[in-house]
Design a protein around this ligand. Sequence first.
Ligand code: ZN
Length: 133
Amino acid sequence: MRWRESFARFMVGRYGSDALSRAMSAVAMAFLLLSWFVLPQVFNTLALILIVFSTFRVFSKNHQQRYKENLFYTRQVDKVKYYISKIKYRNNQNKTHHIYSCPQCKQKIRVPRGKGKIMVRCPKCQTEFMKKS
Ligand SMILES: [Zn+2]
């Protein structure tokens, strides 16, 4: 119990763990695993750098800077997640729909597949054009 108390006292005012430091630890573990198979020196060094920086962040008292770093990291992750969900959505759409661009205004138009030759009217500029669906 004494150890726990003194650790709690030591952690007062320190930043602690966040999404970025957890991710850095996970990547460091992955690098350590990788280092068993390829380029041991490179991956060991990278893992060490990540562990040192992640530990530094956890014990840091500069909350504002750590918060900024974490925010930057979570925004990048969100961007990647958004990009992946966009690709997934497009792949699903491609199974049931064609996406054509209007020859006039380049508006993207979604047309169901498997209806034969159809006349497509652009909802934006009303241009009509023939397409195979
Ligand atoms: Zn158009």
